[in-house]
Ligand binder design. Sequence first.
Ligand code: 5GP
Length: 187
Amino acid sequence: MRSPRQPLVWIISGPSGVGKGTVCAKLRELRPDIHIPVSLTTRQPRTGEIDGVSYHFVPEHRFRKMVVSGELLEHAVVHGRYSYGTPRRDVADAIASGRDVLLEIDIQGARQVKQNLPEAKLVFIAPPSWEELVRRLEGRGTEDASQVKLRLATARVELEAQEEADFVVVNDRLEDTVQALIVLMGL
Ligand code: 5GP
């Protein structure tokens, strides 16, 4: 199903641990026509992650080369450690073929996309409360204690960015959040 209107770029952002990855995965399952580009990252794959599916896992030097040659629509160092970026061509191709694009990226990248493509819509996924965000981050078990601490520190700053968003959706129950996004995005 193609969008009956001009295709749009939707940026889904929000603090680490808020559940935006899960929300986007569910949205993709329900609306497979929406295009979600595979980002690049310099971090190592986690258990179960597949190169080219979860991310394109690339070494630092290759990432830097892509930045210099302008191949990335946006890029950022996330949690003060590894680089992440969105391939520009991938987004342009999807838009050209009439598909909406969904970018699940951090807030630094979101700002760059808004600057490059002012018509892009920024949706901020917010936690029901700070306590709940802490609980989710500690509970997911993919990071060690020092990484959780780092992510919580980033999350405090990231939460302030919701004022810059076009829309804010509170992620309390996954199904409700996904339904709210489907309505919002006119999918
Ligand atoms: P993780 O390492 O847990 O997969 O992702 C860490 C963070 O990087 C997440 O908050 C995610 O939104 C962000 N991220 C993933 N891909 C990109 C990207 O292409 N660009 C930017 N700026 N952030 C990204």
